[in-house]
Design a protein around this ligand. Structure first.
Ligand code: B12
Ligand code: SF4
Length: 500
């Protein structure tokens, strides 16, 4: 079977770096294993127009990924494909996996979307491929109309699948259990990506040319449920690959693909500390510790001991992020982070003590935040003094507890799914005393107060990377520090339209 996996174009309003989509790389790998002829079309780096590509390759099946801000583009992409040929289209990814809001059914309202896979996709994808292939083998009429004929009942048994039949009825099959043994997965199929066109997700070194920076996921899931975090794909059950399996992929990336840096994308990599110690031991024993690596998404601060960090540093760990979120003790409890500020202080101290660079993630404008509590967040960031402080304005993703709270007690300043990005410097909701003006003011203040201090300025000027990427850094600085005059336009517009 010929199959295509698509990442719809969605540029963030910031200078994001591009990296191959790991989810699609895994799906491509299992499809290859099945014997399919697979192509990846990543609209972020692709030059050939989509319609032309589809007309040339003539796939039997198309899979499109979508997080929330991408989903409308995914629908447009599906529609464009159907203009070229009558090919079944499957949607997957974080957005369509939100069940509490029935976002699978929302996508199935789109005439061009036939199937939706909820949650982890590898097993569902190959089951869909196998079913389609088998059905096509002894059919003369390959139309999607026929494929979704209710009389056929072809899709009833595929777990984790939602679909629309030719008579317009929509169905949601039972959940698919999470993949029990992650070691059974093949490595991501990077050969199908135009690797030279990618940069680095988060540079660990001063400059890495395309194709030399890779992502690795050593575990999936997170046992916590912070109220703001969109955890639609990965189940509560945390599962990890064995250290041997992780290091085998690592070796392949370094030795065969010339990896110059590695970003570990796990949600909560350090849930079991002995596992990370073992991975570190193996990296050292295999002589792979010269390649710097980063925990891009943050590790749990309560499990970041000096011993563990020392070992990981010896194994090449260059930088780690921590999700701090708020400097206000009450807010920390409210968001269900299950940690306290002293533990966070200690984690940063430990990392600095062993010479690991730090990133702190902070949220401005959580439900219940006040001018004072947001200021406490800024002050705490300054106290912790990470190398990078990343402040985001609270964006309430569907399916999160925060979304429910805001729906009941506040109002969203969002027109459609494409607004669900959090680097646009715009407040996405208001609640009680917390106006958009206040949140936007505190957000700018956070960046100004944190970065316009002598220490961070000198640190940046002393780094080679700052000078090597000077135009980009100046652009970011201008956007962050030059205040914009326009405020809360959307709210005024919505008021005028009587939507509030
Ligand atoms: C790395 C990362 C990024 C990277 C790269 C993005 C990428 N597309 O890979 C960067 C930094 C660019 C990024 C940006 C953003 N991200 Co991000 N990111 C992640 C992170 C940490 C890992 C992604 C990953 O590789 N996962 C591992 C792979 C295996 O999983 P996967 O990609 O989801 O794919 C699996 C399933 O979803 C499914 N699947 C996916 N697509 C398809 C398609 C088909 C056809 C099928 C059958 C199945 C299927 O099968 C795959 C294999 O199991 C996740 C958190 C997480 N745990 O996943 C957040 C996450 C995906 N990001 C999130 C968000 C909010 C964003 C931003 C919107 C933030 C912003 N700045 O405003 C932007 C959007 C940018 C964009 N252009 O799309 C949210 C998404 C929530 C939502 N409802 O959409 C997540 C879940 C984090 C969170 N917990 O809140 N992100
Ligand atoms: S913020 Fe981090 S710890 Fe909290 S639920 Fe999300 S991934 Fe887990």
């Amino acid at each position: 079977m010929r199959v295509v996996l698509i990442n719809p174009k969605f540029r963030l309003p910031i200078d994001t770096r591009t990296s191959p989509h790991l989810g699609l790389a895994y799906l491509a790998a299992v499809s290859l294993q099945r014997g399919d002829e697979v192509r990846v079309y990543d609209a972020d780096v692709e030059e050939q127009p989509l319609r032309e590509f589809v007309a040339e390759f003539r796939p039997d099946l198309v899979g499109i990924t979508a997080n929330t801000p991408q989903v409308k583009q995914a629908w447009r992409t599906a529609a464009a494909i159907k203009e070229v040929a009558d090919i079944p289209v499957v949607l997957g990814g974080p957005h369509v996996s939100v069940e509490s809001e029935a976002l699978d059914f929302e996508s199935l309202q789109q005439p061009a979307v036939n199937l939706v896979v909820r949650g982890e996709g590898e097993d569902a994808w190959i089951e869909i491929c196998a079913k389609l292939e088998e059905w096509k083998r002894d059919q003369e009429d390959h139309s999607t109309q026929r494929l979704f004929d209710p009389a056929l009942g072809l899709w009833e048994s595929v777990l984790g699948l939602s679909y629309r039949m030719s008579d317009g009825s929509v169905h949601r099959n039972r959940e698919r259990p999470p993949i029990a043994d992650l070691d059974t997965l093949p490595w991501p199929a990077y050969d199908l990506f135009k690797m030279e066109r990618y940069t680095s997700l988060q540079p660990a070194t001063d400059r890495v040319e395309g194709a030399r920076s890779f992502s690795v996921m050593t575990s999936r899931g997170c046992p916590y449920r912070c109220t703001f975090c969109s955890q639609s794909i990965m189940p509560v059950k945390w599962r990890a690959r064995s250290p041997e399996n992780v290091v085998e992929e690592w070796r392949h990336l370094v030795r065969d693909r010339g990896a110059q840096e590695i970003g570990v994308l796990d949600d909560s990599a350090n849930i079991r500390m002995p596992r990370l110690e073992r991975i570190s031991d193996l990296l050292i024993a295999e002589g792979l510790n010269h390649v710097p690596w980063i925990f891009v998404n943050g590790i749990r601060a309560n499990l970041a001991t000096v011993e563990l960090l020392t070992k990981m540093k010896a194994a090449g760990l260059k930088r780690t992020a921590f999700g701090v979120e708020t400097g206000d003790p009450e807010m920390l409890v409210k968001i269900d982070k299950r940690i306290d500020h002293d533990t966070i202080r200690q984690a940063f101290k430990n990392a600095k003590q062993v010479g690991v660079e730090t990133i702190g993630f902070f949220i401005i404008g959580l439900p219940g935040d006040t001018r004072e509590s947001m200021q406490r967040t800024i002050d705490f960031a300054i106290e912790l003094d990470p190398l990078i402080a990343n402040f985001s304005m609270m964006t309430p993703y569907p399916g999160t507890k925060v979304y429910e709270i805001i729906k009941q007690q506040g109002h969203l300043l969002i027109q459609d799914w494409e607004d669900y990005v959090f680097f646009e410097q715009k407040a996405r909701y208001e609640m009680g005393e917390m106006t958009a003006e206040l949140v936007e003011e505190m957000y700018r203040r956070a960046y100004r107060q944190f970065y316009l201090r002598p220490k961070p300025i000198l640190r940046r000027l002393a780094s080679k990377g700052f000078w090597l990427n000077l135009p980009r850094n100046l652009r970011i600085a201008a956007r962050t520090f030059v205040p914009k005059l326009e405020k809360t336009e959307l709210r005024k517009q919505m008021e005028a339209e009587g939507q509030m």
